[in-house]
Design a protein around this ligand. Structure first.
Ligand SMILES: C[S@@+](CC[C@H](N)C(=O)[O-])C[C@H]1O[C@@H](n2cnc3c(N)ncnc32)[C@H](O)[C@@H]1O
Length: 231
């Protein structure tokens, strides 16, 4: 297997989840990219249903922490097309998944999925009608520190590896930067419902709700900027 596009020793392995859809396992972190209960089921529940479907932006401006398999971008593209919405999608990724690995995930045979992966890094492209994509390769904390993301995003998909694996990506410090980057009325969604994560989001300024989690998981979190509700 070629490792082009991935740093040495981090090429992920394909694994099949309980709903039959594929995910990847990172040899570096030992973690899977999605819940083993179901990759597609989890992604739809946490990111599409709890956030994208609720958003009214035109275009809807999305920031994703961890482009990975491209599954969240793909499901967003599909949902946007189905509902006639335009999307500006910014995705950050430290270790891009090689295109040939992405092609073997079997999420769809639609050529636009491959276009998401072959899209250039560091510049806006339009892999599908109404869907603009900016992939940024690098470390999330550094990208947030050096970018001018002020009230830029309607939705943040927070899809880092688990808090126990990557604590720096779930800290109050990073969420404070994400809060600044989130537009008024915007939301951050994540599969994690950990108490420490909820408290870090609240300390950063978000109002946090605990929602039912995906596929039998008890909870997930949705954090809003300037929302009336709260936890
Ligand atoms: C849980 S996976 C989810 C990926 C993707 N959302 C998906 O559905 O496949 C986390 C992703 O974050 C990336 N990542 C991990 N640490 C990172 C960091 N510090 N900065 C940017 N990306 C990072 C990993 O390479 C991986 O692709």
């Amino acid at each position: 297997m070629s490792t082009e596009g991935a740093a040495e020793g981090v090429t992920p392995e394909i694994e099949i989840t309980a709903d039959g859809s594929a995910t990847l396992r990172s040899p570096m972190h030992g973690d899977t990219y999605h819940s083993l209960r179901g990759a597609v089921g989890e992604a739809r529940h946490v990111f599409i249903e709890a956030a994208f479907r609720q958003s009214t932006g035109a275009p809807v401006r999305v920031l994703e922490m961890g482009f990975g398999t491209g599954l969240n971008a793909w499901l967003t593209l599909e949902e946007a097309e189905r509902t006639g919405r335009r999307v500006d999608y910014t995705a950050v990724e430290l270790h891009p998944v090689p295109e040939e690995v992405a092609a073997r995930l079997g999420y769809t045979s639609d050529l636009r999925f491959a276009a998401l992966h072959s899209a250039p890094w560091g510049e806006w492209s339009r892999p599908a009608e109404g869907f603009r994509l900016l992939k940024l390769q690098g470390e999330m904390t550094e990208i947030l520190a050096k970018s001018d993301f002020s009230a830029t995003f309607d939705i943040v998909y927070w899809d880092a590896f688990a808090p126990d694996t990557q604590p720096a990506l779930w800290s109050e410090e990073i969420f404070a930067r994400v809060f600044e980057a989130t537009a008024s009325g915007g939301v951050l969604v994540t599969y994690s419902s950990k108490g420490d994560v909820r408290r870090a989001l609240q300390a950063a300024g978000f109002a946090v709700e605990r929602l039912p989690g995906a596929l039998g998981k008890r909870h997930m979190l949705r954090a809003s900027r300037n929302a009336d509700g709260g936890f």
